[in-house]
Design a protein around this ligand. Sequence first.
Ligand code: AMP
Length: 279
Amino acid sequence: MLIAKTNLELHQILSLQSSNKLSIGFVPTMGALHQGHLNLVKRSQKENDFTVVSIFINPKQFNNSEDFKKYPIKTQEDVKLLESINCNLLYLPNYEEIYPQNGQNIAIDLEELNQVFEGPQRPGHFEGVVSVVYRLFELINPDKAYFGLKDFQQCKVIYKLKETYFKNIELVFCETTREKNGLAMSSRNSRLSKKGKILASQIFKALLDAKSKFMETNTQSHLKKISEELSLNNIEVEYFELANVKTLKPAKVWQKPNENVILTAVKIENVRLIDNIIF
Ligand code: AMP
């Protein structure tokens, strides 16, 4: 696997691929890789000639400095994992490569997308996501880019970025990879104790339960009860709500099949976790 730490190295490697007319698939990450990330990489490998993974812990998307400080860094293990699945190129930039001093600050109007769920809970988060993904797309200019549906609202934000600036890039949104007990894989899970991980498996169970109750009664009366049950188990619920899958507008009743999503954010042992279920 090639590793590029500077934009010059990145550019040299990528120019060679484009001059050979090889298609480029791109998977942006913040490292501490797990099977969820690797599934994105494998999907890219299936669909492209050359796959680039980036690892960059983007300070601009952390609204909480403690969360940033505690974000796991496992670069050596990440390199081994990516080598084991024959990834072509790892882009491992430092802060200055991504945010040069004279760089322009890109902003798009996220409108209502930034006013629900993660938007108000994490002020500045999506602006930070937009800044880093804009820069990465600009530097890598892939044919296809791969994102996880676990970060459902983020997928919507990236789609808006693509529609505004990068119409040529195809976005591929991939299913959430879960542990056997249903817990959505996340780099942050490594900060949970064994007990915390077992507790965290309640999140997906609660989502499944909420989905099936919506299908039975089509009212949201049970949502409050389910979220209260989570709270009784030392799970601090920030939100647990139904929304329209296209607009992300909060909804009261279940719409047509595949037009609904229940989104949740919780804190366990002071670790913030998000998940969702689409139905
Ligand atoms: P992160 O390193 O957390 O920024 O994630 C990098 C990419 O991997 C994002 O597109 C995430 O949505 C995606 N991702 C993270 N966890 C999972 C998972 N459990 N299943 C699928 N995709 C994931």
